[in-house]
Ligand binder design. Structure first.
Ligand code: SF4
Length: 324
């Protein structure tokens, strides 16, 4: 598939699976938590699609282990399903605490009230992933069980235990002053602190009780500690922010050595009525991805050098340095 087709798939974000294609399925972490998804690879691109019965896209088996994606009965892409390792291909991508004291209006994690994985449990999961011979990176993400400080200390302890696997480790937690030193000393290679919504007025509404400035401060400090091409932040597209605001933020972040991940908003059923989400069109995703590519290039940043996380996986986004 070409870049435009990947943008189209991401703008829909879902697919109907009419036949049993079990081998390429994964459970979903993050904002779309709780469902099942497939990783569809075609040519140089890979797209993660949530499996939803009412999706306008259909996945069908083709000969020799290939699959096709159809829209309105017409084949728009042909490829294969990629089996995820833990959540995504080639990575052990683990959500440590599947619950959160915050209440970001687009996120299902606080509603799901999931489990808390112990250090031992995470080490065991990675051990099993490593045994397959396909483990290339570890990414840890976490909600906030007690407080951001408590969470970061706990995740740092887990990172120390994971160093023996000898692969890069990325960490995404809720930041606070001092978080970078804790994670760096533990041995993390990359960090991601999510700004989520770059329209500051909207931010205070959709992320109540969280300080935008504190996240920015942590991101800026992180570049000095972890280095360029090692610091990331998710920006959700589709919460009501304008393209102008997103573009300005992309430029500002890139100038500061921070690499944004542009993530299409996902209207989780558990958040119905709490937040207005307009899934971005393929054209909007493409336009913003081109703007991101230009901004990274202007600042001498290279998405293709990411070691962990979403820039390495590329399933959910149009990634400069990999997709374009
Ligand atoms: S791009 Fe990120 S969130 Fe999406 S499947 Fe890959 S690792 Fe998970």
């Amino acid at each position: 598939m070409d870049l435009e087709t990947k943008a189209l798939l991401l703008s829909v974000g879902t697919v109907q699976v009419t036949e049993p294609c079990q081998e390429g399925r994964a459970s979903t972490a993050g904002p779309g938590a709780g469902g099942q998804s497939v990783f569809f690879q075609s040519g140089p691109h890979i797209a993660r699609l949530s499996v939803v019965e009412s999706s306008p896209l259909h996945l069908e088996s083709r000969p020799k282990g290939t699959v096709a994606i159809l829209k309105d009965g017409k084949e728009i892409a042909c490829g294969r399903l990629v089996e995820p390792l833990l959540h995504c291909p080639e990575q052990a991508y683990i959500t440590v605490s599947e619950r959160c004291i915050y209440d970001c209006k687009f996120c299902a994690v606080p509603k799901l009230r999931g489990g808390i994985k112990s250090r031992q449990k995470v080490l065991q999961m990675v051990e099993e992933a490593a045994r397959t011979g396909h483990l290339r990176a570890i990414s840890l993400t976490s909600g906030v069980e007690v407080s951001p400080q408590h969470e970061a200390e706990r995740v740092a302890g887990i990172v120390r235990g994971l160093k023996r696997f000898g692969v890069p480790i990325g960490v995404s937690v809720s930041p606070f002053p001092g978080v970078n030193r804790i994670l760096k000393d533990a041995g993390a290679d990359e960090v991601k602190y999510n700004l989520e919504c770059v329209d500051r007025v909207l931010f205070s509404r959709v992320c109540p009780g969280i300080s935008y400035q504190e996240i920015m401060d942590a991101l800026q400090e992180a570049v000095g500690i972890f280095g360029r091409n090692r610091v990331f932040t998710n920006i959700i597209v589709g919460l009501g922010e304008s393209d102008e605001t997103v573009r300005q933020s992309i430029d500002e972040l890139a100038e500061n050595g921070i690499i944004p991940v542009l993530r299409a908003a996902y209207p989780h059923p558990l958040r119905a009525g709490e937040v207005q989400i307009e899934r971005p069109s393929a054209e909007r995703l493409l336009g913003l991805a081109c703007c991101l590519k230009d901004a990274l290039e202007k600042s001498g940043l290279e998405g293709g050098r990411a070691l962990t996380g979403c820039y390495r996986c590329t399933g959910c986004d149009l990634i400069p340095g990999r997709d374009l």
